[in-house]
Design a binder for this molecule. Structure first.
Ligand SMILES: NC(=O)c1ccc[n+]([C@@H]2O[C@H](COP(=O)([O-])OP(=O)(O)OC[C@H]3O[C@@H](n4cnc5c(N)ncnc54)[C@H](OP(=O)(O)O)[C@@H]3O)[C@@H](O)[C@H]2O)c1
Length: 288
């Protein structure tokens, strides 16, 4: 009996070691020459994602609103090794400018293998129901949710054909509620539910491609997360690790990626006792 338990332990340890080895070693070389469209790539996470695809010698189209910045990011992508780097200026609040984005990208690169939806309109404020608040919610819904759905829908046929990847950058802000993110959090929650549902519908239809990877990000070391990292409890996750985690999650065709890893558990912790956890958060963050 003793030997059997040891066998079980040994097999489990070996399986875990093998899993960790293969999980930790993705073959990034398969990205070489892949045709990648990254949205919101003029700064922070999107910019870093573009650089990391560039280092892996992908063909890249980046997009955002600020042309001069995009020009610099595209030039740096070429310096870093991108097989091709172009930019398209598009405002995701304006359907007329982003509707042709996928078509133009396919024309530029000769196809589409990976779409990374990352752009965001994010402002922290306390909701007071003013006309400005309502207008802002409409705008952020258009940018953070509706444009994601439209762009993904337009890209589906090409991504199916290339057996490609759709990577959606989500946020922990779309899971447990927090004060000051009513507009932002609601749009991120909508994105998560939409793409999780879509991914299950593809499974129902027996369609393996495109793979859909939804990334739950916690506080990443960027200006946008300073409010959270000011708390001693939270440390900003390194930008480079966030970008590589997103890219590798797509490569592994994972359905969900959690960066940093603990964000997987935060909604669970809240569900244990929402009243207590909400009060604890208000105390820790706002001293209330
Ligand atoms: N930073 C974090 O700690 C954190 C945490 C959780 C989740 N996330 C998620 O990670 C993603 C990237 O976050 P980030 O912190 O890197 O964001 P960011 O620094 O605010 O950058 C947002 C990007 O989106 C573009 N953008 C904004 N409005 C746009 C519009 N109307 N049309 C086209 N492009 C627009 C911006 O470029 P232009 O201004 O040039 O248009 C910029 O490139 C987002 O989806 C966010 O929800 C971030």
């Amino acid at each position: 009996m003793m030997v059997r338990w040891l066998d079980v332990l040994l097999v489990s340890a070996l399986s875990f070691a093998a899993y960790s080895y293969f999980y930790g070693n993705v073959d990034s070389s398969s990205i070489r020459g892949k045709k990648v469209l990254v949205t919101g790539a003029s700064q922070n996470i999107g910019e870093e994602i573009a650089y990391q695809y560039a280092k892996r010698e992908a063909k890249i189209v980046i997009t955002a609103r600020r042309e001069q910045v995009l020009k610099k990011v595209a030039a740096k992508c070429l310096e870093l090794g991108a097989a091709q780097a172009e930019y398209i200026v598009a405002d995701m609040a304006d359907e007329t400018t982003y509707k042709s984005l996928v078509e133009k990208s396919i024309k530029i690169m000769g196809g589409l293998d990976i779409l990374v939806l990352n752009h965001v309109e994010a402002r922290l404020f306390r909701w007071n129901g003013s006309t400005e608040d309502l207008e802002y919610l409409k705008k952020s819904t258009a940018v953070n949710y509706w444009s994601y759905v439209e762009i993904a829908t337009a890209a589906m046929p090409a991504l199916k054909q290339s057996e490609g990847q759709l990577i959606v950058v989500g946020s922990q802000g779309g899971r447990p509620a927090m004060p000051n993110i009513a507009a932002y959090g609601a749009t991120k929650a909508a994105v998560i539910v939409f793409f999780s549902s879509l991914s299950m519908e593809l499974m129902l239809k027996g369609e393996d491609y495109p793979s859909i990877t939804i990334c739950y990000l916690g506080a990443i070391d960027t200006v946008g997360a300073r409010w959270a990292t000011k708390m001693k409890l939270i440390k900003g996750y390194p930008l480079a690790d966030a970008a590589s985690g997103i890219i590798e999650g797509g490569l592994r065709r994972e359905r969900y990626v959690y960066l940093p890893g603990y964000v997987r558990f935060t909604p669970l912790i809240r569900e244990i006792n929402p009243s207590f956890v909400d009060k604890a958060l208000l105390y820790l963050i706002y001293g209330a």
